[in-house]
Design a protein around this ligand. Structure first.
Ligand code: SER
Length: 317
């Protein structure tokens, strides 16, 4: 594989930590520069401290390593963002614009900017939500992602900066923990099952949301970034689907392996967020433009999640 210098911003996060390892294995450790606001002691590779609100620091690192590609994964998510709305807006927008501007100034070839199902609201068709649905996000996180999508398109149209983006559903993996999202329950529930704990769910049993297994999320990101430029027709952000399920459905799937597993429902403010999000996503544009196809459904994901987490917790005893 041809080497290129890649910078990941937010490399300690749920997605960033797994994506960093995958990019290292494709392009070589010497080509991947991970960054975040602190160094994770277990990290293996090249690492730089970057606070993405600091434009000078981003510029310096791009120049130091002749960076050609950036994955900007740092953001405050939907639930945490509601605790401090203005701070969330300032942070998410500042970091994103710094990355776009530094990429433009330093002639970075390609940028990945994640968007989210949080850009949709109750004015969209919430079953099989179309690519071009009306966007009326209800959270600051969603508002910042909807603005980010438009900025991405602006930088592409005005400056030719090749920014590519996916509207991720909830991402579920065994390697890392999410933080501050409305879909986080779907990771936590597997940990509770394997630890033989009763799971307290903050969404009600029938709240269906779009979700995706980590390996599909990583593969989609890399496939989008590797696609020829002429295949990228959407310059805001691509709808992407993996699977859709409710807490009751994931619970019943886990029960096939853990028949004594118990769940309790105690909904909180995250229920209100989830009620305004799509239940399922129409991703035919991504399928047509760059050949997207998910591999995992609830059953296949659950079997890997339980097996890997069992291994992890067994090692700890
Ligand atoms: N997983 C995210 C959240 O729940 C959605 O993008 O905030």
């Amino acid at each position: 594989m041809q080497s290129k210098n890649i910078l990941i911003i937010g490399a300690n996060g749920q997605l960033g930590s797994v994506l960093t390892k995958e990019l290292q294995s494709i392009y070589g450790k010497e080509s991947v520069i991970a960054s975040d606001v602190f160094l994770d002691t277990e990290f293996d590779g090249i690492f730089e401290i970057i606070d993405a609100t600091d434009l000078d620091k981003i510029n310096k690192i791009i120049n130091k390593y002749s960076i050609k590609e950036i994955y900007h994964l740092a953001a405050i998510l939907s639930a945490k963002g509601e605790e401090k709305p203005l701070w969330t807006w300032d942070l998410n927008i500042k970091m994103m614009l710094n990355v776009f501007e530094a990429s433009r100034l330093n002639k970075v070839n390609k940028v990945f900017f994640p968007s989210s199902i949080a850009v949709f609201g109750d004015k969209a068709q919430l079953i099989n939500t179309p690519q071009s649905a009306f966007l009326n996000p209800s959270t600051v996180y969603g508002i910042s992602k909807a603005a980010g999508e438009n900025w991405a398109q602006y930088y592409f149209t005005k400056y030719g900066l090749d920014i590519r983006s996916i509207r991720y559903p909830g991402i579920i993996g065994y390697q890392s923990m999410p933080g501050g999202g409305t879909t986080d329950y779907a990771v936590d529930i597997y940990h509770s099952a394997v630890k033989n704990e009763i799971f307290s769910c903050f969404l009600d049993s029938e709240t269906k949301l779009p979700m995706m297994f980590m390996s599909d999320a990583i593969r989609s990101t890399i496939e989008l970034m590797q696609s020829p430029i002429e295949n990228i027709k959407i310059r805001t952000s691509y709808n992407l689907a993996g699977m859709s399920f409710s807490p009751n459905q994931i619970y019943n799937e886990i029960k096939k392996s853990y028949p004594d597993f118990k769940i309790e429902y105690e909904t909180d403010f995250r229920q209100t967020i989830a009620d305004k999000w799509p239940k399922s996503i129409d991703d035919k544009q991504a399928r047509n433009d760059w050949g997207w196809k998910p591999k995992f459904d609830l059953t296949s994901m659950t079997s890997i999640m339980l097996e890997k987490l069992k291994e992890k917790y067994n090692k700890q005893v």
